[in-house]
Design a protein around this ligand. Structure first.
Ligand code: EPZ
Length: 431
């Protein structure tokens, strides 16, 4: 299995291009199932999760084709991929496929909208928490769907005549359940209103793509979304928005190592809260024409207190990376995780590098240390893995990160991007 070796070697300087967002690319691919026409997604990141979902969707009859480069495209530019679900050939998403990727559960939305039935395996728990599906069930029931759960499968059936528009208030914000409602309600009879909907930029991106496909969605980006059902959707071309989590992650890298880096194509509005928190650590954040400039050339990292929250709050997907940053702060920081109950697995690994972190319930108290030292550590989930790389950027000696398949799920060309700005990082394959 591959490993990443990283040796702390000073500041980072230069430019890192930001890729298309994984967490928009995945639901956009699933949304392509809602029409028999081709849907072309541009700026698609090359990630293991995208490839895995491609093969899962082929099981339902979705063909995909990588299209040629556009003028000006470079080796770092995202790809254009055309998806076409001319016919849905299978309405079952089996356990073997869904357990590989939780997001593939979301096919329940297009399957119900287009075929009226879906049999989708329960996704099961995962490293960051139990992750139930009650909100998916309740919200789909509001569209008239009958659901029963049997032998590890959700069997779902739309009413005769198709999904019915309805009204649903989410008791808790769910990104995935909001994606599914956007997709399902777009082809329902009548109007659907969802309240306490997720406002995450990736949900907005999906709604924008659906509108380009002929859907009538308004209010996306706010807590109340209205979806007027239409009888069919058509093909469209849509560019995936820049990855705010990759942006925040590289910003934390620069804040940790010091230096001056332009995160090209990054959009500040997608992660304003996280950028504000970063500034409190003493890091410069300048939004410029072609991205965001992150710089810290002198001075200590200041301690910070932050708590994860649904958008526009601080993203849970950046919690581990920012925690790694403050392991070297001049003082004590408090990090509170409110979205997932088990998202502190990186703490033990950071401790192996010399970090001083104590967990009490949902809050981690991080007492900054003068130095970290390289060690063998293990990636536990994809964002947590990046926290180890961030610590490795300043640790004395060599940090060896194993189980890097987690990183490949969500960070495109990671070693290339970091070594281009001066990091001493390499991948060792096999072994
Ligand atoms: C999405 O997961 C992201 N995944 C996650 O990113 C991200 O951490 C999360 O949103 C929160 O921002 C993708 O977009 C592919 P949720 P999702 O439904 O949709 C609870 C990464 O690293 N809940 O918003 O699965 C749930 O347990 C990944 O890229 C219920 O209780 O998250 C959690 O506590 C990790 N019942 C909270 O809601 C439900 O039916 C938010 O989960 C559904 C969710």
């Amino acid at each position: 299995m591959d490993k990443i070796l990283i040796r702390g070697n000073g500041q980072l300087n230069g430019t890192i291009p930001i890729s298309g967002a994984k967490n928009a690319a995945l639901p956009l691919m699933i949304a392509s199932m809602l029409t028999s026409d081709p849907v072309t997604l541009e700026n698609m990141p090359r990630l293991a999760d995208v490839e895995a979902l491609q093969s899962i969707l082929s099981n339902h009859g979705v063909d995909y084709r990588v299209k040629g480069k556009r003028p000006g495209d470079t080796s770092m530019t995202g790809r254009r991929i055309e998806f076409q679900a001319s016919e849905i050939v299978d309405t079952t998403a089996p356990y073997d496929l869904v357990r590989k990727m939780r997001a593939s559960f979301w096919v329940i939305g297009p399957l119900l909208a287009r075929c009226g039935v879906a049999r989708v395996s329960l996704p099961g728990g995962c490293a960051i928490g139990t992750r139930p599906i009650d909100l998916f069930i309740e919200s789909l029931e509001a569209l008239g769907v009958e659901i029963d759960i049997e032998a590890g499968y959700v069997n779902a059936k739309a009413p005769k005549g198709g999904l019915q528009g309805g009204h649903y208030t989410f008791p808790k914000v769910s990104v995935g359940a909001t994606h599914v409602m956007l997709m399902a309600a777009s082809l329902a009879n009548g109007t659907t209103v969802i309240e306490n909907a997720a406002r995450e930029p990736e949900c907005v991106d999906v709604a924008n793509c659906l509108n380009a496909m002929g859907a009538k969605i308004s209010g996306h980006g706010t807590s109340t979304i209205t979806i007027e059902g239409v009888t069919s959707l058509h093909g469209a071309t849509h560019e995936v928005l820049p990855d705010r989590i990759e942006t925040g992650t590289f910003a934390a890298c620069v804040a940790m190592a010091g230096g001056d880096v332009l995160l090209k194509n990054a959009q500040g509005a997608l992660l304003q809260n996280a950028l504000d928190v970063l500034e409190l650590t003493g890091t410069g954040v300048d939004q410029v024409n072609d991205g965001i400039r992150i710089h810290r050339t002198s001075g200590d990292i200041q301690p910070i207190d932050f708590s994860t929250d649904p958008f526009p709050g601080f993203p849970t997907d950046l919690q581990a990376q920012y925690m790694a940053l403050v392991t070297r702060a001049k003082g004590v920081s408090h990090v509170t995780e409110t979205i997932f109950e088990n998202r502190f697995m990186h703490v033990q690994e950071l401790a192996r590098l010399g970090a001083n972190i104590a967990i009490d319930g949902q809050t981690a108290t991080v007492t900054g240390v003068e130095r970290l030292s390289g060690a063998q550590v293990m990636a536990t989930d994809l964002r947590a893995s990046m926290s180890l790389i961030i610590a490795g950027l300043v640790a004395d000696g060599e940090t060896e990160v194993s189980r890097v398949y987690h990183l490949d799920r969500g960070f495109e060309l990671l070693e290339d991007k970091l070594s281009a700005v001066g990091a001493d990082i390499e991948r060792v394959t096999g072994g």
